[in-house]
Design a protein around this ligand. Structure first.
Ligand SMILES: [Zn+2]
Length: 378
């Protein structure tokens, strides 16, 4: 079915081969192995998001109070799965997400642990998905986005910008679990494929992961965005055990992607993996772990969850950001400790910078790149 699988790579190889042939007498020199090496500095980015994942769960691991409440975790699942799998050691966060805390913690940046004085947040004042993804992808909050509605996004994402740039055309793709993604990246206008061939609709993270890996194995994309959604779905449903297992699966997916990046010469040494979430969730009262959205949102929608009308879901605008790979300047993560706050609106410019593009050409009023993202050497 995918007979075109290798065609783009072959075309690029032939073009490089032709460029490597000297203009002198034909056949004077055999093409050297320099052609594939010339490809070795082609920057690439893999962006992964997990919908509505709290920094508390990422860094502290499972919340003992939520785990202990039979309304949120079946007591048998608690005793047989959650406690033994994640909560008996000294590092429950590391037990839940071993790749983020292990490899990324050592070699990259894992940012947003408020217990350690770090700060990461959204810049939009809504704290739910469409405003969050719009901010991540376009570099600027849009105060006109007030609902998760199927509205074609008027704002241009960095995906759309790249899709129209030389060197990126046809080499930008997205796969997402949520049916609103085609609207958010405006597939009508942007020419960014979202879940191509599946009508833009995907029911579970398992299928999203499979499609994401298929995109990476195509070896013709420079920007792949993979957006998971199970965490938010199961949090709203009050199923904390499933929320946790979705996180553990997500972490293992990141490990698989990173190992692919390390093993594959198409990606190795030239690829940056960036991971984040579109919003956080609450933690007070206890049941607020299920919920998110700002005071402003509830003022606009006072009948939805009236218990939040006065305060919003406190803290649900807090996020976390992870990055590892070619563009990551690890010591600069300290810029967001005890001082400035990293914001989701900086992710678009960070990705463009990691790719060697000038983010101001995309959007001069976008959030500036994160301090720990550096442009490639020229
Ligand atoms: Zn949600």
């Amino acid at each position: 079915m995918r007979s075109s699988l290798r065609s783009a790579g072959l075309a690029a190889f032939l073009a490089a081969l032709l460029a490597a042939v000297p203009a002198g007498p034909a056949g004077a020199q055999a093409p050297s192995a320099a052609a594939p090496a010339a490809q070795a500095q082609e920057r690439k980015v893999v962006l992964v998001t997990f919908d509505g994942v709290r920094w508390q769960d990422v860094f502290r691991g499972p919340d003992p109070k939520v785990v202990g409440d039979r309304q949120f975790v079946n007591p048998d699942i608690k005793d047989d799965v959650i406690v033994p799998a994640y909560m008996q050691g000294a590092d429950p966060g590391g037990a839940l997400m071993p790749f983020l805390h292990g490899v990324v913690g050592r070699e990259g940046v894992l940012l947003g642990n408020r217990d350690a004085g770090e700060c990461a947040e959204v810049a939009n004042d809504m704290w739910f998905s469409y405003p969050g993804y719009n901010e991540i992808l376009t570099g600027k909050p849009d105060p006109g986005i007030l609902q998760n509605d199927k509205i074609w996004n008027p704002n241009v994402s960095f995906l759309e910008y790249l899709q129209k740039r030389p060197g990126f055309r046809g080499r930008v793709a997205m796969v997402g679990t949520w049916t609103l993604f085609p609207y958010i990246v405006n597939t009508r206008r942007s020419a960014v494929p979202v879940n191509e061939g599946f009508g833009g609709s995907y029911p579970t993270d398992v299928k999203t992961a499979r499609e994401g890996l298929r995109l990476l194995h195509r070896h013709d994309q420079r920007v792949v965005y993979i957006a998971f959604g199970d965490t938010d779905e199961f949090a709203h449903a009050g199923d904390y055990a499933y929320y946790l297992t979705a996180l553990e699966r997500g972490d293992d997916f990141l490990r698989e992607v990173w190992e692919l990046i390390q093993a594959d010469p198409f990606y190795r040494g030239q690829t940056t993996l960036i991971v984040s979430t579109d919003h956080g969730r609450g933690d007070t009262p206890l049941s607020a772990w299920q919920d998110h959205a700002s005071k402003r949102y509830f003022q606009l929608n006072p009948d939805e969850q009236p218990q939040y009308n006065e305060t919003g879901v406190t803290g649900s605008g807090n996020v976390w950001i992870a990055a590892i790979g070619a563009a990551v300047d690890r010591p600069r993560a300290g810029d967001y400790r005890g001082g400035a706050c990293a914001q989701s609106r900086q992710i678009a410019a960070s990705i463009l910078t990691a790719l060697g593009e000038d983010w101001r050409d995309f959007r001069a009023d976008a959030g500036a790149p994160l301090a720990f993202i550096k442009a490639p050497d020229r």
